[in-house]
Structures are given as C-alpha cells and as structure tokens.
Design a protein around this ligand. Structure first.
Ligand code: GLU
Length: 543
C-alpha cells in the first residue's frame, strides 16, 4: 500500500509538518535535574480534591528542582466542556500559592512559550502527527459506524483491554486503498486507529514512580487516535503534548495505569522518549461503618476544593495535611521542626506512602488548630476578614468597625508559650466566641447546682473588680471563703466535706454566667474585654 498517498487522501488540507511543529517546541533550557511537570485537568468546572493532590505533587517536584510547572486544559471532549476552565483551576491553585509557571486564560493572557495550553487549540498538531503515522503505515482509517458510535467501540475495547482480554486487530486495518477511496467518496466519516504491533500474550515491564516495577500486558489494541471528528483521544494527545511541551514527569491518577502499555506503544510509534510516571492513588473516606469509599462530589462536599474555602480552612493547613498524606514521614519531620518552612521538608513525589490515602477531618483540624495557634492575632483577623468578604458578607461591616475588639478576642490565650488551639476554620469563629458578642442564652449548669450558682452570682456583684488580674482573683477568693468554699486546694483535698467546693468551682460558676460554658479561654481576659458594665449586666440577667 502507498501509505504516503493514503495520508494525503485522508488529510489533504493538513499541510503543517511535524518538523515545522517541532521547531516551535525547542528543548527547554533548564539546569540539570530540573523537572517539568504539568497539571492537565479536563474542564469539569471545579477542582477535585484528587486533582489538587496531583497538582500539589506536580508543583513540589517542579519547584524543588528549579523546573517548570504548567497547566494544560484537556478539553477535547466537547460534551464536558465548561467555559472558564483555566480561571477556575488557576483561582484555586493561586489561592494556595501553586500558580503554574505557564498557562493560558482563554480570551486573555498566555504565559509561556509551549502553548497553546488548551488542547482544543492544538487540533492541527494532532492531525499532523496522525498524518505522519498513516504515511508510515503505523495508523489507518476506520470507518466502522455500524450500530455503535465510535466512542462506544473504543470504550468497549479499552474495557476489554483493562480486563486483560487480548484484543483482536481492527478489521479496517485490512482495507485496500480502493476501498478507502470508495468510502471517502461516499462521504463516510473516519477515525484514525493505531496499527498496533503489540502482542497481547506478552508482558512489558515498566517502573512507576510510586508503585515500583510493574509487569503489565502489552497493548494489542488498534486504539483510536483521532475520533471521527478528528479530535484526539487522551491516549494520542498525551504522548504528543507531553513530548512537545517538555514534560519530564507525568503525575496522573492510577486509573490511567491500565492504558500505560498503549501509551508506551504510541510513544514508540511516534519516535518519542517517554517521561517518568507517577500514578497517584485515589483518595478515600471512611463512612460511619468504617468502610472505605472513593471521595466523590456526590457524597462528599470536600471533594470540591471550594469546600475548604467556604468553610474558611487555613490554606497552609490544607497543604500540610495533604503533604502529610503524600509523605508519611512528614509528621515526624514537623514535630522535629515545628516552625520550619514547609519547603525545607525533603518532599519526595516518588514516595507516595499510602496506597489508599484516607481523608480524615480530625487530622486536618488538628493540623489546622496547631498552625492557626501560631499566627498573630492580626494575621488571624486578616484571614477572618478575607473569609467573611467571600462567604459571610453579613459580618464584614462588623469586622471592619470592630477591628480592635475582634483582634483582642483573637488574642485571648495567644501570646503564651502554649497558645490556645481552638480555631481550625474561620467559619467557626462567631459560634465559638458567641459570648463575646452577646449574653449567653444557655448555661451549662446542673439543676442540683442551681442554688449554689445563684448564691455565688448574687454575692459576686459586690466583689467584681477588673482593675488587675491579681485583684480580680483576690476578690474571687475572698468571696469564695466567705461563702464556704475552700481557697486553698490542698486544704480542700484534705477535708472536702468541710466545704461547698473549692475556688475553682466558684470560677466555674462565674464562667458559666458570662460565657454559658464550663470551658472557655482565660476568664479574666474575657471579662476584661467585655468590661465591668457588660459583666454586671449578664449577672443581673440571671439573679
Ligand atoms: N485529563 C486527564 C484527567 O483529567 C489528565 C490525565 C493526565 O494527567 O495525564 O484525568
């Protein structure tokens, strides 16, 4: 068969040659060891936690090697197109400090020399390579549009392949040039398939960055490279884009692992060198019964990265938590280096420790509490205001007007060797500190204690002073003694029956009266911030 003639027949208008294309994509001029990674989402309209997990690995590999991290939008499947895909992804990445070095905003700026960064704008490139493969007898047109659409055929084949079934070669590979001409004349649409040279009874070996050496069935499928609208499949676009754009490490979900042999064959057919691969595990969540489920947007709101924003999670905490899921030695490192910049941690994208990372809010919240506890009150205020501006508009004016008061609240128990660890997301602030914004409506007090509670409060009206912490406590002690409470704890422990309780009990009653709760940050600080008038008012509301 005259393959050159065939290529011209199929692609008469595609004059751009691969040589011309490759001139536009010179080898990147980077220092030795520098890695080029990319985040390549399909435009689904939101950023999935799993995608963010991959992007975080990409960013770290690139940044830590002085390489390049770029964003490519894989929008060849027009059915799933969502406009503004770059903006959504860049927004999330940028807010976590992971802005790619290269990207394209549709209708706006393009940063980087290796674009277009939207696959839909690279159609000519894929066709040029398809034409080349046809001209070398490595790909052929397929006119199979019987009862099933081409995409269904492809899906079925790929399922077979994933299940380890050996593919029969596609019958269209045997069409003569006359038959092809005939089909074209009658206006039949065609797809382009790889003429696989693979043998499905054989295995190939390859080294995955996380899973190590893997033995996997060789590709034998005549897989579709261009669909019948001549747009590429992922399988075809991946080797072309990642080669031209200079990717050295491909970080992608492990659902792509079964397609690896096909990709290997396409790389070879195109004469390209393969990048390294890191196939990342999916992220799971335990349900109430303790069973593992894949994180999905339908069941888990946290599958969408906007969730963390809406809730006001600290960004550093989210990053630390995910790094912790990627490299299990992070936790020990953090304990030894509590104040070090996270960039000092010896991150290793090739050592994803957990096979099934489990997303766990308890852990995330603990990490977040720890981080937030080390922020200054001013930084907390700024973060709180930033969150409110986006997600709690009704509180913005108050926060702006009461900057000083709110900052003081945030400073309670903060500037201490062991600062208080309570806030882990900004949306909890107004509930957690509700008593700073109005008298409590509920009181944590048992019925059996009601009398004592009221007696203490009645007496306290005369003993209240906020002139200093010492004077405040002296008065509480004095009153406690007079009401029959022990002022000395060791004495109380020796003879508890002689007393109504100890001074701590008295403090608890005052605390409950002021905050509604048995536990709160430093009581004197709270009362001092509220002021004598407000404190007396709250007590008078009870007794
Ligand atoms: N667009 C593919 C996806 O969203 C990208 C896979 C890859 O990173 O190569 O799964």
């Amino acid at each position: 068969m005259d393959y050159k003639k065939l290529a011209e027949l199929l692609f008469p208008n595609n004059k751009l040659t691969v040589e011309e294309i490759e001139k536009k994509y010179p080898k990147r001029n980077l220092k030795q060891g520098a890695q080029v990674t990319r985040f390549a989402p399909s435009p689904t309209g939101y950023m999935h936690l799993g995608g963010f997990f991959q992007a975080l690995i990409d960013w770290n590999i690139a940044k830590r090697s002085n390489g390049v991290f770029y964003l490519r939008i894989e929008d060849t499947d027009k059915k799933r197109e969502v406009s503004g895909a770059s903006a959504i992804v860049l927004d999330v990445l940028g807010s976590y400090g992971l802005t790619p070095d290269e990207y394209e905003m549709k209708g706006g700026v393009t940063v980087g020399e290796y674009g277009p960064y939207y696959q839909s704008e690279r159609a000519e490139i894929y066709r040029a390579y398809a034409k080349k493969l046809v001209s070398e007898g490595k790909a052929f047109p397929c006119f199979c549009r019987k009862t099933e659409g081409l995409n269904d055929v492809q899906e079925k084949r790929e399922k077979n392949f994933a299940a380890g079934k050996i593919e029969e070669k596609d019958p269209c590979r045997n069409l003569t040039i006359e038959q092809i001409e005939e089909n074209l004349k009658s206006g039949k649409k065609f797809a382009i398939r790889l003429k696989s040279a693979g043998d499905g009874t054989k295995k190939i070996k390859f080294k995955d960055g996380t899973k190590g050496e893997i033995e996997i069935q060789q590709n034998s499928a005549d897989a579709i490279l261009l669909k019948d609208d001549l747009t590429p499949t992922y399988n075809f676009a991946h080797p072309i884009d990642d080669t031209l754009m200079g990717t050295t490490v491909v970080v992608r979900g492990e659902e792509w692992l079964p397609s690896y042999p096909l990709h290997a064959e396409i790389f070879e057919a195109l004469g390209f060198k393969q990048p390294k691969y890191i196939h990342t595990p999916l992220i799971y969540k335990l349900n109430e019964k303790g069973n593992k489920n894949k994180i999905s947007k339908r069941k888990h709101p946290e599958a969408d990265m906007r969730f963390f924003d809406k809730e006001g999670y600290d960004k550093e905490a989210v990053i630390e938590y995910l790094i912790n899921l990627i490299n299990s030695n992070f936790e020990i490192w953090r304990k030894q280096n509590p104040t070090s910049d996270i960039m000092e941690f010896p991150f290793d994208g090739f050592k994803i420790t957990a096979n099934t990372p489990i997303f766990d809010f308890v852990k995330l919240n603990d990490i977040s509490k720890e981080i937030v506890s080390h922020y200054s009150a001013e930084k907390c205020y700024e973060n709180l205001l930033f969150w409110a501006k986006n997600y709690s508009l009704e509180n913005v004016q108050y926060l702006k007007n009461e900057r000083e008061y709110v900052t003081k609240i945030l400073n309670i128990d903060r500037e201490k060797p062991k600062p208080r660890k309570d806030i882990y997301k900004w949306s909890m602030f107004f509930d957690l500190y509700d008593y700073m914004f109005g008298a409590p409506k509920k009181f944590e007090i048992e019925d059996s204690e009601r009398n004592n509670f009221e007696t203490v409060l009645k007496a306290y009206k005369k003993y209240l002073t906020l002139s200093s912490k010492d004077a405040w406590f002296e008065n509480v002690k004095k009153m406690a003694g007079e009401l029959g409470y022990a002022t000395d704890n060791s004495e109380y422990k020796k003879n508890p029956e002689k007393y109504l309780g100890n001074v701590a009990k008295v403090c608890e009653y005052i605390r409950v009266a002021i905050t509604g709760r048995k536990n709160s940050p430093d009581l004197f600080e709270i009362m001092n911030l509220l002021g004598e008038k407000e404190v007396l008012k709250r007590i008078s509301l009870i007794v």
